[in-house]
Design a protein around this ligand. Structure first.
Ligand SMILES: *Cc1c(COP(=O)(O)O)cnc(C)c1O
Length: 352
């Protein structure tokens, strides 16, 4: 071993879902939106002044931040934007989880939390979900260095009622509570309405799922001005220009287009509710998802076999080879046509 190898930071990275290339494949493995971004955003892209790319973008993302603040009815000093919510969450871990006490997040949850905690040297504990895959709020009433959980949770899709989110906040006035609302627009009630009462609450959302813009990499956090200032101080100590110009322009345009946003959300949630019925008819069960995916298990056929059979047919879903998850598949809600193709195949496969 070369001497300098001993000084290399060793990390076990997060493994994103695969992005297969090709025609005629059905991609239901990374919870992307099956519908294109708002048409007005496409217009903004065409009209973008190419010459502007010479210059650094606005480090404060003033316009996008203002659009989000107006849309959510909060102050402009209450919004922080980043390169996808992964960037925002990483910044939040770095900024707020700085005590000697372990932070808490569910054992089955977004697997990036553990990766950031390891990378930044943050102690953590992972309370187990209950037998029905629900987060037990009481597990978060003990002393800790901070809390983070997705609501709805991933990969289960289960929504925690807002009263329970508030109970967690009530029991944790001394730490920052991060609520990762990547999927909240698909049917949940956001913790935004709790902001007035809890200065230690930070809500993180993304443009990647409900707003059809995973490729733009836009995420944001909303919280008290004090928390946003602290996040900005860390950001400016790391990289001033996180947001590129096209993201700033297209992101703002997407937020302005409320009608399109509501239309695609409705299509996806309608398709999801029909899919629940179809999966049940085929012998699957699942936690009752309020996200744009279902976490399904079959009564007879092992998930791994179904995963491989689907893959051979160019239908991609997500399989986690982990304790408690091995017999489940996380399937993103696609268009009605994509879901029809999925069900047609499953029907035939399960009958054989
Ligand atoms: C998809 C997802 C994110 C990250 O999304 P970005 O594309 O980085 O905005 C964060 N948290 C959860 C729970 C997610 O599912």
């Amino acid at each position: 071993m070369r001497a300098w190898e001993a000084n290399i930071r060793r990390v076990v990275p997060y493994v994103p879902g695969e992005q297969p290339k090709g025609e005629n494949l059905i991609k239901l493995n990374t919870n992307e939106n099956p519908y294109p971004p708002a048409p007005e955003a496409a217009q903004a892209l065409r009209e973008m002044d190419y010459d502007q790319l010479r210059k650094y973008p606005d480090p404060a993302a003033t316009e996008l931040t203002a659009c989000l603040a107006d849309y959510y009815g909060v102050g402009r000093d209450q919004v922080f934007v980043g390169v996808g919510s992964d960037d925002v969450l990483a910044m939040a871990f770095l900024t707020f989880f700085h005590s000697q006490k372990p932070i808490l997040f569910p054992d089955i949850s977004y697997s990036f939390y553990k990766v950031w905690a390891e990378l930044f040297g943050i102690l953590y504990e992972t309370p187990a979900l209950d037998a029905d895959f629900a987060i037990c709020p009481e597990d978060y009433y003990r002393e800790n260095g901070g809390i983070v959980f997705p609501n709805p949770n991933a990969p289960t899709g289960l929504l925690m009622p807002l009263e329970q989110v508030e109970n967690i906040l009530c029991h944790n006035p001394d730490v920052i509570v991060l609520v990762d609302e990547a999927y909240i627009d698909f049917g949940g009630r956001s913790a935004l309405e709790l902001l007035d009462r809890y200065e230690n609450l930070l809500i993180v959302q993304t443009f990647s799922k409900a707003r059809s813009m995973a490729g733009m990499r836009i995420g944001f956090a909303i919280g008290s001005p004090l928390l946003i200032r602290a996040l900005n101080d860390v950001k400016y100590s790391y990289n001033s220009y996180t947001m590129n110009l096209p993201s700033l322009v297209l992101g703002a345009e997407a937020v302005r287009n409320e009608r399109y946003f509501r239309e695609t959300l409705k299509k996806i949630t309608d398709t999801r509710e029909r899919a629940k019925k179809r999966f049940r008819e085929l012998g699957f069960s699942f936690p009752d998802s309020m996200a744009n995916f279902l976490f399904v298990t079959h009564e007879h056929v092992p998930a791994r076999l179904i995963y491989e059979a689907l893959r051979a047919k160019q239908i991609y879903v997500r399989y986690f080879n982990q304790k408690r998850l091995r017999n489940y598949l996380r399937i993103t809600i696609g268009t009605d046509e994509e879901m029809e193709a999925l069900f047609a195949f499953l029907k035939e496969y399960l009958a054989s």
